[in-house]
Design a protein around this ligand. Structure first.
Ligand code: SF4
Length: 505
């Protein structure tokens, strides 16, 4: 068994406060844990699913701290961190929590955008865990993590009773049992700005139950610093051939159907149906590639890969692909030139040449985080890569209403690319959420999921049975972990491979 010492130096932190809060940690020191490459991948993808699910919950309007939100996090944490794995006897849940946090910290340290996303989800997880503690457990956690704020004596509290009542939910009855702490106001800025605490001589008087936001702020600062430090040394870790590729591709992982089994689960797509499919069923990235292919009779390297693999995942077989691409390209070049310059690369895409890999279509994260389109190229995600005015006119050309265009463009402008894309699906598939069979609330994780869900939507509308589509990474609702991680592992290798494919530009 191949083992790696994934993370250097210190022992795994095992702070047992009570049964539930065992996972609570500020992750001050990395674990020194031996794990196999399989374990490395499984624990990191489990946490990735957890963090993405948290992101989806928030995107759907979940409010942190509320009972319903915390209950869903409880279920998610149980599913992704606390449930048994084959190797549970070698690594308990505290160790898995520690190891997976540090792996993802490495994977998400590389860019500002990745760091911001990771920080946001980890802080939500931390807040949920702190909310789950009793006051005693929280006080104990603070003490053991060097947050030894001065408690306010009863005498002091009584003398300021009038100032403290009605702040942060403290009432004339609850104040008797409430413990207050004096916290330097710089560490309680969010509470100060919301006027939730009493200020005196540079100290905020914070009731114990409101210390959660202070602990989360401290965690955020520490993690932010740690991510910046990790970014400085990422080149060394990333060059490790065993874990480097997984770390570099982690954020592009789509955890769900990899859309390779076109014969089993997806309808066959023939060249003559592509035009209608582009108009009715494709997300904006693929519509854009299709319309530019039609106009220019060619696409550059990344555009051919993105659109070609998408069509393959949508059910177009190799013969159909050759026919489709040739029909467009031969408006500019001869049949012989097409065969000489391009036919090989399409066979390669279908695993019939070279390494004969079954290359998978790109997920949204891979497209969004991938190489931006240069002049004259049309690949990428329009919400991420297109200038604002161009995106607005593209959306307007789809006969969307002006308010819908403005809303979608505004979402894209505020960097909510996938939410903008989901909104495009919402407005073009009215009432889709009324049919739970569709599982259509997270289609903007994969262009093929968007496509297949749209196809199914129209089938159901016409009273026909639908094909099943595995859920996207966001919800993690139906996927078995072993199955999904296997698919992802293959997808990483294969997708990385396509980047090396030689195709004429
Ligand atoms: Fe395409 Fe995904 Fe961007 Fe939507 S979010 S346009 S499906 S890459």
């Amino acid at each position: 068994m191949q083992h790696i010492s994934a993370l250097s130096n210190v022992k795994v932190e095992k702070r047992v406060i009570s049964e539930r809060p065992r996972l609570l940690s500020l992750y001050a020191e990395p674990p020194q844990q031996e794990l196999t490459l399989d374990e490395f991948e499984v624990v990191s993808l489990d946490r990735l699913q957890l963090l993405r699910s948290i992101d989806v919950l928030k995107t759907k309007g979940g409010t942190e701290g509320e009972h319903a939100f915390n209950h869903q996090l409880y279920e998610l944490e149980k599913k992704y961190l606390l449930s048994n794995r084959e190797f549970s006897h070698r690594m308990n849940e505290v160790e898995r929590d520690q190891v997976s946090h540090f792996i993802l910290r490495l994977a998400y340290c590389r860019t500002e955008e990745l760091r911001r996303w990771f920080l946001g989800q980890e802080c939500s997880l931390m807040k949920y865990r702190l909310d789950s503690l009793s006051d005693e457990e929280r006080a104990s956690f603070m003490l053991s993590n060097g947050m030894d704020f001065d408690p306010v004596s009863n005498e002091e509290k009584n003398s300021r009773k009038d100032k403290l009542i009605d702040l942060a939910g403290v009432t004339s009855v609850s104040i008797i049992k409430t413990t207050f702490y004096k916290v330097p106001f710089q560490q309680a800025l969010s509470l100060v700005s919301s006027r939730s605490v009493y200020l005196e001589k540079g100290f905020a008087y914070v009731p114990l139950q409101r210390l959660v936001s202070i602990i989360v702020t401290r965690f955020r600062m520490q993690l932010s610093r740690a991510l910046a430090e990790a970014a400085n040394s990422f080149d060394i870790v990333g060059s490790d051939h065993r874990i480097g590729p997984l770390l570099k591709n982690m954020n592009k992982q789509f955890i769900g159907n990899d859309f390779t089994k076109t014969n089993q689960s997806i309808d066959k797509l023939s060249p003559d149906k592509i035009e209608l499919a582009a108009e009715v069923n494709m997300p904006l990235c693929m519509k854009n590639l299709h319309s530019n292919l039609k106009r220019e009779h060619k696409l550059k390297h990344w555009g051919r890969l993105q659109y070609g693999l998408f069509l393959k995942g949508a059910g177009l077989d190799l013969e159909g692909a050759q026919q489709f691409w040739e029909s467009h390209f031969t408006k500019l070049i001869s049949h012989d030139q097409f065969v000489k310059s391009y036919a090989y690369s399409f066979r390669h895409m279908y695993g019939k040449e070279g390494a004969r890999k079954n290359y998978t279509p790109y997920s949204c994260m891979k497209i969004i985080m991938g190489t931006p389109p240069e002049t004259g190229a049309f690949h990428g995600c329009p919400y991420r890569h297109m200038p604002d005015n161009q995106l607005s006119s593209l959306l307007s050309s789809l006969k969307l209403s002006t308010p819908d265009v403005s809303e979608i463009a505004a979402l894209a402008k505020s960097s909510n690319y996938q939410i903008a894309c989901q909104r495009h699906f919402d407005v073009t598939h009215p009432g889709h959420l009324n049919n739970p069979e569709l599982k259509s609330d997270a289609v903007a994780n994969h262009p093929n999921l968007w496509f297949q869900t749209s196809v199914n939507y129209h089938k159901l509308k016409n009273g026909k049975p639908i094909n099943t589509v595995s859920p996207s990474s966001g919800t993690g609702a139906n996927d078995s972990n072993s199955a999904s991680t296997t698919a992802v592992g293959e997808a990483v290798k294969e997708e990385a491979g396509t980047e090396g494919m030689k195709m004429e530009t």
